[in-house]
Write a protein that binds this ligand. Structure first.
Ligand code: ADP
Ligand code: ZN
Length: 298
């Protein structure tokens, strides 16, 4: 059954809102910059009202948001953005702001769990039950599924903040994470690349040493995730992964790093099909939010 749902991709720099039943049936879409919570959430409410007027009542709403956030329906602060450093947004009751206006089921999860669900529903993870989706952009975040359930737990995974080993001879850059310095995000996010090399990541040529280092750090991280979660596939999205030459470099390093320990064809023979870009491309985020909505339909 295809339901008309609303997807809100709530990013730290922009919001993308869509209404439809899937990638081939998007009936409305809008995007606007993330400003104050009051102003930005008012624009979300406006979008939903317009959809109601023009396309009828949606069956549900899905919100895929930047975090950290509270994804636990049993918690008093469920649906809040919690400790984000983004000015003005800490402790914002995102879900409450929508519930005040709309009496339909609303799903609320991380942007990366949303993107993972979108890839599961319509993209690269169809038919799988355990996989991860990582975004390497302004920050690094990871979501995914284990045995068919989106990953939640104590809070939600923070795969961007794992520690890596850094050789200070080769990479004296101390990292930019305000909490951990040289964690994965501190070393390998877009802003980390920019700070280390003094120019925007998108302006560095493919033969720049930045990219071997980037591939090394991402491969270290994937080694850890493969060994901890045993994903059937790893999807790598976000602005930095627009550098498509990173894929073969990361794959080769992951194979070398695992060193034959995991005797599975996915890693030994078909690594091109194992570490992949999002099939939904840049639309993974908003389609993921739509898929979250679909999952909330009662
Ligand atoms: P966000 O994380 O804000 O949702 P993106 O995923 O586009 O947005 O990530 C933005 C980061 O990715 C910036 O640090 C930018 O420098 C970097 N970036 C964007 N496009 C590219 C590209 N083509 N090549 C390398 N880095 C890029
Ligand atoms: Zn960190």
């Amino acid at each position: 059954m295809n339901y008309l749902t609303i997807g809100i991709e709530a990013g730290g720099t922009k919001f993308v809102c869509a209404a439809g039943t899937g990638p081939d049936d998007l009936r409305a879409e809008t995007r606007f910059p993330t400003t104050t919570p009051a102003e930005t959430l008012a624009r979300v409410v406006d979008f939903i009202r317009t959809v109601q007027r023009e396309h009828g009542e949606p069956a549900a709403i899905g919100v895929a948001a930047f975090g950290p956030l509270d994804p636990d329906p049993a918690s008093p602060t469920y649906g809040h953005i919690t400790t984000t450093p983004k000015p003005g947004w800490a402790h914002t009751d995102f879900l409450g702001a929508l519930r005040r206006h709309f009496d339909v089921p609303i799903a609320f999860d991380t942007d990366v769990n949303g993107a993972a669900l979108g890839e599961w529903r319509w993209g690269a993870a169809q038919g799988l039950d355990t996989f991860i989706y990582l975004t390497i952009g302004t920050g690094i975040g990871g979501g995914g599924m284990a045995r068919g359930n989106l990953l939640h737990g104590l809070l939600h995974p923070e795969m961007g903040h794992i520690r890596l080993s850094r050789d200070p001879q080769r990479d004296p850059f101390a990292g930019i994470c305000p909490f951990h310095g040289d964690c994965l995000e501190g070393l390998a996010s877009g802003p980390a690349i920019e700070k280390r090399w003094g120019q925007k990541a998108e302006t560095l040529p493919p033969d720049h040493p930045a990219w071997d280092l980037e591939a090394d750090y991402l491969a270290q991280a994937l080694h850890t995730f493969i060994c901890t979660l045993s994903p059937q596939k790893i999807i790598l999205g976000g602005g930095v992964m627009e550098q498509r030459h990173l894929f073969p470099r990361i794959r080769a390093r992951v194979q070398a790093s695992l060193n034959g320990y995991l005797q599975t064809p996915a890693i030994l023979e078909d690594i091109e099909g194992y570490i992949v870009p999002p099939a939904l491309g840049k639309r993974a985020g908003v389609l993921g939010a739509l898929a979250l909505g679909e999952g909330a339909v009662k």
